[in-house]
Design a protein around this ligand. Structure first.
Ligand SMILES: [Zn+2]
Length: 333
């Protein structure tokens, strides 16, 4: 299902799909209770795209105004468009995600880094490589100038949202991808918005961990047996895609742990894994270089550090390693 734009996912449920699933190409959701109210799931970080999505959705919410919104986690590509939501809409996220939003670098800082990266990126060595990678992550997105509106309401583990005549179940399944990952389950339509707990045909990133928590989250999502799982990135998925992601994590965990035990570096481990025959099932997933970012988190935790958001130093080192491997041309195109 490679359709892009506003796609109907179930009864009164839509998603604005960016199925290429690259950096910042985030899927968002819309749940409509006709004649009453609507809910928006996530807002993208590119201001122009956020406005475009709101414009395209306007006819669907003409008699069902957006009264509720949800941010699935703290990564900017899922909430930096919050200023395009109606001022009267209430925004909900998990308490851990709100903490992450306050702790992460604001969009103005990322804009400055990506812009500097265009110059610094020419420098040889890890500083130049990390800066180049940041420029690659931003691509052509225009981040908001000011930090957008934060969510107004939080919950710890689960919360039932009323949207007109419908209910949407929110459940926090993190820490996995980030500390506060939550999913939104629209049971009456058989649709689940997974945020970045599911990537489809696109390489996932373990930023926070622990990985075991992500595996448990996938089992829980599989148990819901929804007709459609709308991932944070990539085309709409099914239980099979959740299983494929679980297989990727199990492979990466086992192959990575062996090499960590032997003292192999993150970069060399990524190089060996990508060149191995076992990589074949994942080789067509977009942005395969993200394997380095996940390995950097796994190695950090295997070194005895507790799970947590990446420090700036760890993130910069992982970006530099990813950029170096991209320049080596080891990834399939
Ligand atoms: Zn994302």
């Amino acid at each position: 299902m490679e359709q892009s734009g506003l796609i109907r996912m179930g009864d009164g449920v839509w998603a604005f799909m960016r199925p290429t699933g690259g950096w910042g190409e985030t899927n968002t959701g819309l749940v409509v209770s006709p004649g009453a109210a609507s809910l928006v799931v996530d807002t993208v970080w590119d201001v122009a795209w956020a406005k475009r999505i709101a414009d395209v959705q306007r006819p669907l919410v003409a008699d069902a105004p957006v009264t509720e919104a949800v941010n699935t986690h703290s990564d900017g590509d899922h909430w930096w468009g919050n200023d395009t939501l109606p001022a009267t809409a209430r925004i909900t996220t998990s308490a851990a995600s709100l903490d992450g939003m306050h702790e992460d670098l604001p969009p103005a800082a990322l804009t400055a880094m990506a812009t500097a990266g265009e110059l610094i990126g020419r420098l040889p060595g890890p500083v130049g490589a990390a800066a180049s990678f940041m420029t690659r992550v931003r691509a052509d997105a225009r981040f908001p100038r000011r930090t957008p509106r934060f969510p107004d309401r939080t919950f710890d583990t689960s919360h039932r949202l009323t949207v007109g005549h419908r209910t949407v179940e929110l459940e926090r399944l993190g820490p996995c991808h980030t500390a506060g990952d939550l999913v939104a389950h629209v049971a009456d339509a058989g649709v689940t918005f997974t945020g970045d707990l599911l990537f489809v045909e696109s390489t996932p990133i373990l930023w926070n961990g622990p990985l075991d928590n992500w595996l448990a989250a996938l089992d829980r999502l599989i148990g819901w047996d929804a007709a459609v799982y709308v991932p944070g990135h990539g085309p709409a998925g099914s239980v099979d895609d959740l299983r494929a992601l679980r297989d990727y994590w199990l492979w990466l965990r086992d192959a990575g742990r062996d090499r960590h035990a032997r003292g192999t570096s993150v970069r060399q481990t990524a190089r060996e894994l990508v060149r191995s025959r076992d990589f074949e099932p994942w080789s067509r997933w977009r942005a395969p270089e993200r394997i380095v970012l996940s390995l950097s988190t796994l190695f950090d935790q295997w070194n005895g550090n507790p799970p947590g958001p990446p420090t700036i130093v760890r993130r910069a080192r992982a970006f530099a390693d990813a950029e170096t491997l991209l320049r080596e041309g080891i990834f399939p195109q």
